[in-house]
Design a protein around this ligand. Structure first.
Ligand code: SF4
Length: 297
């Protein structure tokens, strides 16, 4: 059997998971900084096809060897709930280790797709076995979300985040450092901290803006004032410094685009992380660092 699938993008933390295309492309497909799915039509893959693939992988790798499955696609949660529930149940039945504490079934989600589902529908997905969802908060600034055509505002991001966590599904948010460029750097950091204070996600992860040739932002590469690395580090510091003590998230810097690798649990590791970033910012060599300018991510 040959598996034909669309573009498979996954969070770095899902590098060793089985990647299963449940949807292909992105229903929104307009964020200026992205472009990953620009040439890929959006569709929900038929159950028959997804089930066949699950059976194929079970035969190929063995049911007991798979304990993590990432449901790929720009937002697998955009699939109808009945459809998704059947897929998750089939994954869990075929690979029972995904339901163990160290296993997981996960996906990306866009806030619209969470908001479209009722609390009961989200609970059904959680009960079927969906453990964690990765969502792009990107920024807590409405100005930046609009400028980047995220198609939502901070209110929507907060509402969707809370709704998802209330269902018992864990939430990991992505924040894109440098997303406002030099002029909006401080606003980006302060407003993002404000949003995180309101959400208190289970986890949040930093990544850093790179202007990719596949993205619409590429056309603005000569005018968009990309933040130098010291400013990126400063944004991360400002975010952490402005988090209130009730925020208990895990913090990750697990993306190749980042300049620091600090990770920890809030609030207990906050002071150490802040201290580390301050030391880094005082080092004169930090000011001379060049932006990575990655052309693929
Ligand atoms: S960032 Fe996410 S929502 Fe935006 S276009 Fe890319 S895949 Fe779609």
């Amino acid at each position: 059997m040959t598996i034909q699938h669309g573009i498979l993008i996954r969070p770095p933390v899902e590098a060793y998971s089985l990647l299963l295309n449940v949807t292909e492309g992105c229903r929104w497909n307009k964020c200026k900084f992205c472009g990953v799915y620009r040439n890929q039509p959006y569709w929900v893959r038929p159950l028959e096809l997804v089930f066949k693939e699950i059976d194929f992988y079970a035969m190929q790798y063995g049911r007991e060897f798979i304990d993590r499955v990432f449901m790929a696609g720009g937002s697998a949660l955009s699939a109808p709930t009945d459809h998704l529930e059947k897929v998750i149940k089939k994954i869990a039945e075929t690979f029972p280790n995904t339901l163990k504490p160290e296993g997981r079934i996960s996906s990306y989600a866009k806030n619209h797709d969470i908001l479209r589902k009722t609390p009961d529908e989200l609970r059904r997905l959680k009960e079927a076995g969906l453990k964690i969802v990765y969502m792009g908060l990107e920024s807590g600034s409405d100005k930046i979300l609009k400028m980047m055509r995220k198609g939502t505002n901070v209110y929507g991001q907060i509402k969707a985040s809370k709704k998802l966590m209330e269902s018992g599904i864990k939430l990991s948010l992505y924040i894109i450092l440098g997303l406002g460029g030099v002029p909006l750097s401080e606003e980006h950091a302060l407003k993002t901290a404000e949003a995180l204070n309101k959400i208190n996600p289970d986890k949040f992860r930093f990544r850093t803006l790179n202007i990719l040739p596949i993205s619409d932002l590429w056309a603005e590469r000569d005018t968009f004032q990309i933040c130098p690395p010291w400013m990126i580090i400063q944004e991360e510091l400002t975010i952490l410094e402005n988090l209130e003590d009730h925020v208990t998230s895990e913090v990750y810097n697990d993306h190749m685009s980042n300049y620091v690798g600090i990770e920890g649990k809030l609030p207990e590791d906050k002071e150490d992380m802040i201290k580390y970033l301050k030391i880094l910012l005082k080092d004169p060599r930090t000011k001379k660092l060049k932006h990575k300018g990655l052309l693929s991510m």
